[in-house]
Design a protein around this ligand. Sequence first.
Ligand SMILES: NC(=O)c1ccc[n+]([C@@H]2O[C@H](COP(=O)([O-])OP(=O)(O)OC[C@H]3O[C@@H](n4cnc5c(N)ncnc54)[C@H](O)[C@@H]3O)[C@@H](O)[C@H]2O)c1
Length: 372
Amino acid sequence: MKQRILITGGAGFIGSHLADELLRQGYEVRALDNLSEQVHGKDCKRPEYLHEDVELIVGDVRNPEDVERALEGVDAVFHFAAMVGVGQSMYEIREYTDVNNMGTAVLLEALIKKPVKKLVVASSMSIYGEGLYKNQQGELMTADERPLEQLKAADWELYDAQKQVLQPIPTPETKAPTLSSVYALSKYDQERLCLMTGRAYNIPTVAMRFFNVYGTRQALSNPYTGVLAIFASRLLNNNAPMIFEDGYQQRDFVHVRDVALACRLALENDEANGQVFNVGSGNNYTIQEIAERLATVMDKKHLAPQITGKYRVGDIRHCYADISRAQQVLGFYPQVEFNSGLEELADWLEGQIAYDRVNEASAELAARGLTV
Ligand SMILES: NC(=O)c1ccc[n+]([C@@H]2O[C@H](COP(=O)([O-])OP(=O)(O)OC[C@H]3O[C@@H](n4cnc5c(N)ncnc54)[C@H](O)[C@@H]3O)[C@@H](O)[C@H]2O)c1
């Protein structure tokens, strides 16, 4: 018999791509999703991109009855439902904590009553805070948040005690978390809650720490998530992408189909149980470079990124993934090359309408003193 997989948040960006991957591999897929307005717009309709074979239960992960219904006859669960956005989490604290932390608690209590063969939870690179660094002597270094005084002086890099600049290096799973936003705290909470409950109740559990995921279907009018989607929405409206700091912050952009692949591999691999995995591309780019490359593939090269020199509270300087654990244990080798991923994104963007709410979101953060 076919295995049935539940994806909470399965109507969203990553969940819908995972659904496609699982359906291709012969699984049955059910999604539990409340079609939240920030992601799905005012009508809260089933998204057109969601594969017709996905059984969608419109419901809330915080509602025990919805969750119990969604778990009926299910073999494994991917827990993706979440409020997603670092900046917004710093003032919608109750909503983020409610959906992310409480939603996970409700799901886990339901799973204790009705255990499944596997639980995979979406964690995030945001839990690391700053990535791993080395000093000029080549010693590994972790770094605290940069002092506000330094940021106000537009001095963006990280330094050791001798005031020498630290060099970023790929961040492995062993780097201790530094939680610098409500969102990051809630993702760590989700990850730990799932792993500890899984262990206590013999539910094989895996946590996947996604880096910057990009690709088709990311909500374009949501100004709080996905830097590439935010830039795309600016460019579609003939506005220049706006970049915080100086644009030289480095990140790891991983294509959404590769993330879906990593998730399926985690589902199917017993050795993964009880572990956490970085899911990135293993490559790093500066934010300025990706803004320029996106403008180029969208034929909007004239819209050069606007460097604001501003800083968002909770933002980190550099973080990109060391994916060797996922390679060794899961056999995860990213397939989508960055340029072809960007070109595919540009093709999809041509048919999209995006409401550019970036100025609104920036004003919101500034009014609360969350940008410097
Ligand atoms: N996109 C990224 O770069 C990224 C990076 C790291 C981690 N993640 C994590 O991956 C997961 C999926 O993210 P995404 O980018 O697909 O986001 P998304 O916003 O597209 O998807 C999340 C889905 O969850 C649903 N949802 C929200 N609140 C819910 C609730 N109370 N009950 C049921 N459903 C609810 C939304 O309607 C949406 O469809 C999230 O857990 C996110 O924290 C994403």
